[in-house]
Design a binder for this molecule. Structure first.
Ligand code: ADP
Ligand code: MG
Length: 272
């Protein structure tokens, strides 16, 4: 797989689902970490006011002097000013979130092109990264719209739970509406990641089967099981691959990263 990105422009992936707690941030942080550890230059962008991706990598958002909020609302700000290297993994950089992002809808209300602010900033980084991964908020907001408009691809983490389909349906509808209404929106679903999988629980198996029957190959083969170490890692400010590299969740995220990369490569090869 080495050299897979040579000659490609940076690809941007939104991680989103209009449902909270389904593993979006966990997927964003851990995929970014696995891809960087495997040699890619990765930028993780946190545009969720909860800023859990920033927290999960060891920064306290309220203590940072600048964040994606400054980038998006200040006319003269550059995204380069808020990018910080994650010291433990070479190649992983983070553009931090902030609670202030909850006010971004109001701050940007009268700004022309407010849906594509993030896209414009990411364009400045074309040669610097192989991949940008954007951790999006769950609710329909200007930040979610910015995340989707800035992205080539969307990954939807889906909890194998009885109400999984509700959030999934809403994010798919949002993507359709945005693509219809905004010429600049070209995002397409690259895949769904099944999260909180519990092989011994019948409901988890049923939901998994239903999703595979309905969406076919769009559902990634690799899944993420419910796993206590994965829930513990953020409190140490680390992704699972440094927190507990031998744990099953580290193996699963590494495998998912390989599958994702192969899928991007195939789509890029097909020109989409
Ligand atoms: P979201 O970003 O969609 O709100 P998170 O990734 O923050 O979801 O996950 C919600 C909570 O569940 C967090 O506390 C996280 O650490 C935990 N969590 C995420 N994935 C798993 C998993 N596979 N097993 C156990 N806990 C998980
Ligand atoms: Mg989150």
């Amino acid at each position: 797989m080495e050299g897979i990105w040579v000659g490609l422009v940076v690809k941007t992936l939104a991680i989103a689902n209009q449902k909270g707690g389904c593993g979006k941030t966990t997927t964003a942080v851990n995929l970014a970490a696995c891809l960087a550890a495997a040699g890619d230059r990765v930028l993780l962008v946190d545009i969720d006011p909860q800023s859990h991706a920033t927290l999960a990598l060891g920064w306290e958002p309220s203590e940072l002097d600048r964040s994606m909020h400054d980038v998006l609302v200040k006319a003269d700000a550059s995204i380069r000013q808020v990018i910080r290297p994650y010291e433990q993994i070479k190649g992983l950089d983070v553009a931090a979130g902030s609670l202030l992002l909850s006010a971004a809808d109001l701050d940007l209300n009268a700004v022309a092109g407010k849906e594509s602010m993030l896209a414009r900033h990411l364009k400045q980084l074309q040669d610097q990264y192989d991949l940008c991964i954007i951790d999006c908020p769950a609710y329909l907001s200007l930040m979610l719209v910015n995340g989707l408009v800035a992205s080539d691809y969307l990954i939807v983490p889906v909890q194998t739970h009885f109400c999984a389909l509700y959030g999934l349906k809403r994010i798919l509808e949002t993507v359709q509406v945005l693509r219809r209404r905004l010429d600049s929106c070209r995002v397409r679903v690259i895949g769904m990641v099944l999260t909180f999988v519990e092989e011994k629980v019948a409901l988890s198996r049923q939901v998994q089967q239903q999703l595979r029957d309905f969406f076919g190959e769009l559902v990634f083969q690799n899944t993420i099981h419910r796993n206590i170490r994965l829930a513990e890692a953020p409190s140490a400010g680390q992704p699972i691959i440094t927190f507990d590299p031998k744990d099953r969740a580290a193996v699963q995220f590494n495998a998912l990263a390989v599958e994702l990369k192969a899928r991007i490569h195939r789509l890029v090869g097909e020109g989409v």
